[in-house]
Design a protein around this ligand. Structure first.
Ligand code: GLY
Ligand code: MN
Ligand code: MN
Length: 432
């Protein structure tokens, strides 16, 4: 890892310490303990579910798989990291990397699961469902105070230079996976083989992916969060949709590409090109001060133009939006905040932490913020042929070319998704 990244990480930790101290002072706190979380076993089994550490813990420590550990922040003191590292011959013990950022913490290796030492007025944040019952913490600390947690969430909305560098590297690794997935599709692979090609080229095991990769051939491309991988290739190859990411030091890439196969109607490839154009056009609109909802509405207008210009809709673009036709072709939001979580925190809040829910007309929108320099967001317009959503339109006299829709339905749908940094100078596309 480059000396520059290490320096950026130290700056990030120092800025975080400063910001936490200010918020703790405002909340009259002498100690704040952040719990890493831990994996839970399947019911009646001794095997655990897959795990990722609590986002606010990763924000400091940059490791996404630490369990049963604590970080304690106190005024004018170095952060205290209590890392659970038991003597264990079944597993490789937890180790901190030999990297300069570790020097920003006082590290305590703990052979047992501990209760963090807290002094004065204390608060604890994290997944405390079980801990609250089994430890004396509730007697000495406020558990997960919502107001403070909202403020800490807000700290994650604008990324530091270190976080942007991590997101850029996560994108670089994920892009290698996408290139391999495309090559596997050209080679007539099954969904599982596309997945294995993606994992290999992006250098990650399946339990480390930031979200379950969505790898859908043909109609499966129209299942928004398609979760299976067929073991054999279909006889006809119309399309492939790959929505797949990568973590780097806890930070997530979230990229989608859609490809036309050799058996696709020619219109499908043309629609994919048009959706790339719409994605690029929306990205050029990104400036500090613009409402994300405005961009989302522009996606619907752009989608309507595409439906009209490709003969799918034979009315005006305005009426395609007003009558809800575009929403049936694209039921999800334009994008979301991206960071330690794929759908990162505080997207549906105002900067002061008050709720800012998605409007009733666009219930799936995950980001209702005014964009600000330093935010990282996804831009992911979609166009799908989802029978369940199109069925109600068929019952009304919409000027839709159903013959064309039915011919394209075997392709499932299209989504194109890039990760964008908002800057004062305009958008910076981390996915290029
Ligand atoms: N991969 C999930 C999403 O794009 O939001
Ligand atoms: Mn996304
Ligand atoms: Mn995605």
């Amino acid at each position: 890892m480059s000396a520059t990244l290490y320096q950026l990480q130290r700056d990030h930790i120092q800025a975080l310490n400063h910001a936490y101290q200010a918020r703790m002072a405002a909340h009259n706190l002498d100690s704040l303990a952040i719990y890493s979380g831990h994996a839970n076993n399947h019911f009646a089994d001794d095997h655990a579910t897959s795990f990722q550490s609590y986002g606010h813990f990763i924000h400091w420590v940059g490791m996404a798989d630490v369990q049963h550990s604590w970080l304690v922040i106190q005024p004018h003191q170095r952060p205290q990291l209590y890392l659970y590292a038991p003597a264990d011959f079944w597993h490789l013990p937890t180790q901190l990397p030999e990297e300069p950022w570790v020097a920003e913490f006082d590290v305590h290796l703990c052979s047992d699961k501990i209760t963090p030492p807290l002094t004065g007025r204390a608060a604890v944040i994290g997944d405390l469902k079980e801990l609250a019952n089994t430890t004396p913490l509730a007697n000495v600390a406020t558990l997960h105070p919502e107001g403070l947690v909202r403020e800490l969430d807000e700290l994650r909305m604008v990324k530091s230079a270190y976080e942007v560098a991590c997101l850029r590297e996560a994108n670089r690794l994920a892009i290698a996976g996408h290139q391999a997935a495309n090559a596997a599709f050209i080679g007539a692979s099954a969904e599982l083989d596309v997945q294995l090609a993606y994992l290999g080229a992006s250098r990650q095991r399946e339990s480390d992916v930031p979200y379950q990769n969505i790898i859908g051939l043909n109609e499966h491309a129209g299942v928004l969060h398609y979760q299976r991988y067929d073991l054999s290739a279909p006889k006809r190859r119309y399309s492939l949709l790959v929505d797949a990411g990568r973590r780097f030091r806890g930070y997530c890439a979230d990229i989608t590409r859609t490809y036309a196969g050799p058996d696709a109607p020619s219109e499908f490839g043309e629609l994919i090109s048009a959706m790339h154009g719409l994605k690029d056009e929306l990205i050029t609109q990104i400036v500090p001060g613009i409402e994300f909802l405005t961009l989302h509405e522009q996606m619907h207008r752009g989608l309507a133009d595409i439906l009209v210009s490709h003969g799918l809709y034979q009315g005006s673009a305005e009426s395609a939006v007003e009558t809800g036709v575009t929403r049936a072709f694209c039921p999800h939001g334009l994008g979301h905040s991206l960071g330690i979580q794929v759908h990162d925190v505080a997207g549906l809040r105002q900067p002061d932490g008050s709720p800012s829910p998605a409007p009733d007309t666009h219930p799936a929108l995950r980001l209702t913020r005014t964009l600000q320099a330093g935010m990282v967001i996804t831009i992911e317009p979609g166009l799908y042929f989802i029978p369940m959503l199109l069925a109600p339109l068929r019952k009304k006299p919409h000027p839709i070319d159903w013959t064309l829709v039915d011919r394209l339905a075997v392709c499932g749908g299209i989504r194109i998704e890039d990760n964008i940094l908002v800057t004062e100078g305009g958008p910076e596309n981390l996915t290029l």
